[in-house]
Design a protein around this ligand. Structure first.
Ligand SMILES: [Zn+2]
Length: 270
């Protein structure tokens, strides 16, 4: 499933190819995504020019020259591809947007949990519950203290709360806590200011590193064979139960926190 760094990689890869380009054709083959694609999607998008490609958490926001936005979430299995025009369709190519060069922007999504909506900012009620983006926001340790003061939930569960911070999933939450030296099951309210500061730093370090690694796969992005431009970060703890900690060689442990597989080093994390 694409997490925030994958979505940011998609954004960075796509942006130079579409910004300033006019939409010269729109074809929707399958409207039944997680939210049905509206019947006038094609008419509203046709002839518009892409002004900017933004992102909030895992939502991509294609800003158009008339003030509308195409909001897209990749769900479980969605991917965008740029393909040369006249490339044969692939299975699960649900939406094709011709841009006035030679390329076609394609949304491919086998499981159809993704979304593709068009509207103005206030039309997107799903964004009301999406917190600030961790790549473009920095919180001080004091701000974190205020947030966690009354929170008895495990810190790992809190990190994955989209209302608080957008886009952090299970893999990255595990890695961030390892880097910060904090055990996943610790009560959020019990963390010190120093620990909260370390966690904020770890969030940025893990996300930026993942995006940097994703950047190396940009050449795949225009591949018509349909390889997604994703990447695997080198996990320190995630899915490594029993394997040696990269820092101290202790065996990584697994437990379940709020129903999710959780991994930590018993020596490096307190
Ligand atoms: Zn360790």
């Amino acid at each position: 499933m694409p997490e925030l760094p994958e979505v940011e990689t998609v954004r960075r890869s796509l942006e130079p190819h579409i910004v300033g380009k006019k939409v010269s054709g729109v074809v929707v083959r399958e409207r039944r995504l997680r939210k049905r694609i509206v019947e006038d999607f094609e008419d509203r998008l046709y002839g518009r020019t892409f002004k900017r490609l933004g992102r909030r958490g895992k939502y991509l926001m294609f800003h158009l020259d008339d003030g509308q936005t195409v909001l897209s979430h990749l769900g479980m299995s969605g991917a965008f591809y740029l393909r040369p025009r006249l490339t044969p369709l692939a299975k699960h190519d649900h939406v094709s947007i011709e841009i006035a060069t030679s390329d076609v922007l394609v949304l491919n999504d086998p499981r159809r949990f993704g979304t593709m909506r068009i509207g103005h900012g206030e039309d997107f009620e799903e964004l009301n519950n999406v917190g600030p983006d961790p790549m473009s926001t920095r919180r001080t340790a004091d701000q974190w203290r205020t947030i966690v003061r009354s929170k008895k939930t495990p810190i790992k569960t809190l990190l994955m709360d989209q209302r608080l911070i957008a886009g952090i999933g299970n893999i990255y939450a595990n890695e961030m806590l390892f880097l910060a030296g904090i055990r996943p099951r610790r009560r959020a309210s019990g963390l010190t200011k120093r620990e909260l500061g370390a966690l904020e730093d770890a969030m940025h370090a893990v996300l930026h590193r993942a995006v940097e690694l994703g950047g190396s796969s940009i050449s795949d992005f225009r591949d018509v064979s349909g390889k997604p431009g994703y990447f695997q970060i080198h996990h320190a703890v995630y899915d490594r139960a029993g394997a040696p900690c990269p820092r101290c060689s202790s065996a990584i442990r697994r437990l379940v926190v709020t129903g999710r597989s959780t991994f930590y080093c018993p020596s490096c994390q307190n």
